[in-house]
Ligand binder design. Structure first.
Ligand SMILES: Nc1ncnc2c1ncn2[C@@H]1O[C@H](COP(=O)(O)OP(=O)(O)OP(=O)(O)O)[C@@H](O)[C@H]1O
Length: 245
């Protein structure tokens, strides 16, 4: 902790104190002291469970700073099924703070796996308690649009890209995203996709992995059918993936 910094940086302090508890504020300062983060700008997205801010590294690069908000029982209830059964989180604490920190660590580790096999996801940079720092996906501080807000110019090709993503994540990354939809896929001007929000992703060995995989395919197919793309049956693609295991 660096009290001087807290005093000097009163604007940042105000932003943080309006929203976050003491523990979170201290975690932000630890990230600053470690040289991971140098500034925090405005909020990019305000969700029920997390907020995403634009930050800047000491080198001047934009980063996305995802801060999980204080624990709610609803959050824990809805997320428990993704944590239970994951050997990486067998000993994760079940208390409120421990749970949210484990969730944040899980998102970081999932991103690392996906990024390491060359999939289009934000590069994970660091995590500290309930804060995840990753590459900022966007231009001039504005995130790329989500698929739900900017349908592709060539939906057939983008569907194939997303299918390729799902397959490679499962076969090479041994992961299932488990929350895949047009709400968690960004699209660039040239129709290139970037996939975000990996907190829910589970290992292929998770007891419900195949159900999660099926749901991801169903969600994606539903979206593309709404754009009049002929998708085929979700079960067929599911079988194709499982067959290649
Ligand atoms: N790496 C990133 N770069 C730029 N913007 C990002 C990044 N990650 C997330 N965002 C922005 O923040 C929003 C919320 O991110 P994300 O989906 O990961 O959080 P969430 O709390 O799970 O959101 P929701 O509750 O809406 O699903 C995204 O829709 C996107 O606009």
């Amino acid at each position: 902790m660096c009290p001087d910094r807290l005093e000097k940086d009163s604007e940042l302090r105000k932003v943080l104190e309006d929203v976050f508890d003491y523990r979170t504020i201290m975690a932000v300062y630890r990230l600053m002291n470690k040289g991971v983060l140098s500034k925090l700008y405005g909020v990019v997205s305000t969700g029920k469970e997390a907020r995403v801010y634009r930050g800047v590294t000491p080198e001047g690069d934009d980063v996305a700073v995802k801060i999980y908000l204080v624990w709610t029982s609803e959050f824990r209830k809805s997320r428990l099924k993704y944590i239970l059964g994951d050997p990486r989180f067998e000993n994760a604490p079940r208390d409120p703070i421990g749970f949210i920190n484990a969730w944040c660590r899980k998102e970081f580790r999932n991103l690392k796996r996906a990024y390491s096999i060359g999939l289009p996801v934000p590069r994970p940079i660091a995590f500290e308690e309930n804060i995840l720092i990753m590459e900022f996906l966007g231009e001039s501080g504005v995130p790329y649009p989500l698929l739900k807000d900017r349908p592709p110019d060539d939906p057939g090709k983008v569907l194939e890209d997303i299918k390729g993503f799902i397959k490679k994540l499962y076969l090479e990354g041994e992961l299932v995203h488990a929350d895949l939809s047009e709400y968690n896929i960004m699209i660039k001007e040239n129709d290139e996709i970037m996939v975000i929000d990996f907190g829910s992703a589970v290992l292929r060995s998770h007891p419900n992995a195949v159900d999660f995989l099926r749901n991801d395919i169903i969600n994606i197919y539903r979206y593309f059918r709404s754009l009049n793309v002929e998708t085929g049956r979700p079960e067929e693609f599911l079988e194709e993936i499982l067959h290649e295991r």
